[in-house]
Design a protein around this ligand. Sequence first.
Ligand SMILES: C[S@@+](CC[C@H](N)C(=O)[O-])C[C@H]1O[C@@H](n2cnc3c(N)ncnc32)[C@H](O)[C@@H]1O
Length: 352
Amino acid sequence: MSGIEKQSDKAGFDLERLSPELQAQLRPLYQREESTESYLEINKIHQGDARDLLLRIKPNTVALSIWSPPYFVGKEYEANLSFQDWQMLLATVVQRHFSILKPGGFLVINIADILVFKDSAMPRIQAEVISQRRSPVTREDVLNAKERHPHYNRYQLAELLGVSEQIIDRRLHGNNIRGGKSEVQTRVKIVGGLVEEWALNAGFYPYDRRIWVKDAAWENSRWASLSYRSVDEFEYLYIFWKPGVTKVDRQRLTRTEWREWGSRGVWHIPSVRANDDHEAKFPIKLPRRVIRLLTDPWDVVLDCFMGSGTTAVAAIKESRQFTGVELSFQYVELARKNVEQEMLQPTLPFNR
Ligand SMILES: C[S@@+](CC[C@H](N)C(=O)[O-])C[C@H]1O[C@@H](n2cnc3c(N)ncnc32)[C@H](O)[C@@H]1O
């Protein structure tokens, strides 16, 4: 009997029912079960690269994995990643989740679109900024004048319209809304399609998605005021399902909780203001809600981009077990300290 068959017997999950392509892709992930390598201990924060340590988690044991990865927005811990590296990191991490999640379990990814994504192929945005225009002469006026006098140069056009030649130039060639003319343009990179592709390739199915509305970040209001772009104030929760039996138990939440957030697609949760010890923490309410919604007490909750330990603390508060993985030694120390502190606390009532 092969390792795969043994695995499917134990967990009630049959790899053979997947498409031949997925079977070929996932078989090596299950075959590794036959190795004698020791599995990661639960209720511990482990230091290392998620890509390596996920291979050391016991197959079919994690009820929920919830994490927020590097977003490719230039944080210190992702500074050495190219966009290609970043995609490879996340695609690999998602793929290595398939065998470790319990059948019927969930992978929840908190991520945001990349709002300032450099694209060298993008044409320069030519914005006419009305609020900064002193002369009433518009681009249309200049174009009409050029049509009437096709041989006029900009000095002659300036004289004709009673403005400076700089204004003629500006109206014709526009203002660069952000920085010098030689700067690479930036656009929005929508990440949902990528995340869906990584998950489908790994064998998961998109099950749900929610929006986390945080408080508005006004740092980018300079460019927001020179364009039609909105400020940064929401992120996504993408929820993927591993085929298998999923227990649906609405008793996990109270009626009020179901009404207020369990059944709602938009969650309003203020972001963490004091990012003093870690630069990108999510608020504890976020993993705590997901844990309450999708798991039972004593289930194992994984976060492989653990940062300061928020998910582990949320799991402890909800009487779940956890496994944490984090690359940075400094954050591993921080997460361990936060977990230790939480273990000493009597569980506080959940602020719903
Ligand atoms: C967005 S932060 C997560 C913050 C966390 N949710 C919290 O509340 O503290 C992403 C984390 O992933 C870690 N990280 C980056 N690359 C990693 C990798 N390859 N493996 C494991 N962790 C990694 C970073 O050091 C950072 O702490």
